[in-house]
Design a protein. Structure first.
Ligand code: A2P
Length: 281
C-alpha cells in the first residue's frame, strides 16, 4: 500500500491504516515511560533483539488534509516466540510521534512495517560463555526480548543484564521483566528448572539514591561490577557483549570492550560484541 492510500480525516484510532496492528494493552511506568502490546502479523518472523518501524498517521496537511505515516524505529521487546509484539517507549511531550503514541488505548491501531532488522542478535556474536547486555534508559527493550529467548540460555552459561537510569522508577519495567522471566513456566519447561539462575540483573541509577549508584561505565572501569559479581574481568575468549543506549553511552562502552580485546561484530561478520542505539530517547 502506498502512503496515499492511508489518507483520511477520521480519528487515528478508527482509521484502517496500512500495515495496521491493534493495541492489546498499555502500561504507563511513570510520566515519561510506557510499554504496550499489539497484535502480531501472522507473517512476521523476526530474531529476538531486532527492531521494526512503527508509528501513527501524522497531523493532516493544513491544505490537503492528507496524513502521512509518522514512523520511528522501535526494538521489539517481546521474544520471537510470543504471539503478540511488545514495545517500550519514552514519552517526549513535544515529540512528533511519542506525544501522540503515549495516548494509545487497547483497541486502537498503530502502523507496523513488518521488516525486522538489527544487529543485537545471536547470529552476530561468536560463541562465548558469558553474555553482557548493557543498556541505558529504553535501551533495555531489545534485551527484554533476548532474556525471554530460550537460545540465550542455550548459548551462554551466564547472562548479565546491566541497566543504568537516572531515577529508580525508570528501572521498574526491567525489574518486573526479570522477575517474570525467573517465574516463567513456559521457559522453565523448555529450559529446565534453574535456567534463570544464569540471569544476573545489575541495575544502577545515577541521579536518585538506589542500592547501586553510578554509571555502569564507571563501575566497570573501577572494577566494582567485577568485584560485585565475582568475575575476574572481560576476556575475548569468554565474554560477549550487546550494547544499547544513547550514542555517548555506546561509544564509552565500546571503548571499554575494545580495551579488553573484544571486537565489534555484525550479522555478516560475527565477533565479540554488537551495538545499537536506543532509537527513541
Ligand atoms: P547520568 O545521569 O550520569 O547522565 P539519559 O536519560 O541521558 O539517556 O541517560 C540515561 C542513563 O544513562 C543515565 O543514568 C545517565 O547517567 C547514563 N549515561 C548517559 N550517558 C552515559 C555515558 N556516556 N556513559 C555511561 N552512562 C551514561
Amino acid at each position: 500500500m502506498t502512503e496515499q492510500t492511508a489518507v483520511t480525516e477520521q480519528p487515528v484510532s478508527k482509521v484502517i491504516l496500512p500495515d495496521a496492528q491493534t493495541v492489546t494493552s498499555v502500561k504507563h511506568w511513570n510520566d515519561r515511560l510506557f510499554s504496550f502490546r499489539v497484535t502480531r502479523p501472522a507473517s512476521l518472523r523476526f530474531r529476538s533483539g531486532e527492531f521494526v518501524m512503527i508509528g501513527l498517521l501524522g497531523d493532516p496537511h493544513p491544505e490537503t488534509g492528507k496524513q502521512k505515516p509518522l514512523l520511528r524505529a522501535y526494538s521489539i521487546a517481546s521474544p520471537a516466540w510470543d504471539e503478540e509484539l511488545e514495545f517500550y517507549s519514552i514519552k517526549v511531550q513535544d515529540g512528533p510521534l511519542t506525544s501522540k503514541l503515549q495516548h494509545i488505548q487497547p483497541g486502537d491501531q498503530i502502523i507496523l512495517r513488518p521488516k525486522p532488522v538489527g544487529t543485537l542478535v545471536h547470529d552476530a556474536l561468536l560463541p562465548g560463555k558469558r553474555l553482557w547486555l548493557f543498556a541505558t534508559g529504553t535501551g533495555i527493550a531489545p534485551f527484554a526480548s533476548l532474556i525471554r529467548e530460550p537460545q540465550t540460555y542455550e548459548d551462554y552459561d551466564q547472562i548479565i543484564l546491566t541497566h543504568t537510569t537516572r531515577e529508580v522508577s525508570e528501572l521498574q519495567y526491567g525489574k518486573e521483566l526479570v522477575e517474570s522471566v525467573r517465574t516463567d513456566e513456559l521457559l522453565s519447561e523448555l529450559m529446565g528448572e534453574g535456567f534463570a539462575d544464569k540471569l544476573v540483573y545489575y541495575p544502577t541509577t545515577t541521579r536518585e539514591e538506589s542500592p547501586k549508584m553510578g554509571r555502569i561505565t564507571d563501575l566497570l572501569k573501577d572494577g566494582t561490577v567485577f568485584k560485585d559479581l565475582g568475575i575476574e574481568g572481560l576476556s575475548p575468549e569468554t565474554d560477549r557483549g550487546m550494547v544499547c543506549g544513547s550514542l555517548p553511552f555506546n561509544k564509552d562502552i565500546m571503548e571499554i570492550l575494545e580495551g579488553a580485546g573484544l571486537r565489534e561484530g555484525a550479522n555478516s561478520e560475527p565477533a565479540e560484541f554488537v551495538v545499537e542505539k536506543a532509537f527513541v530517547g
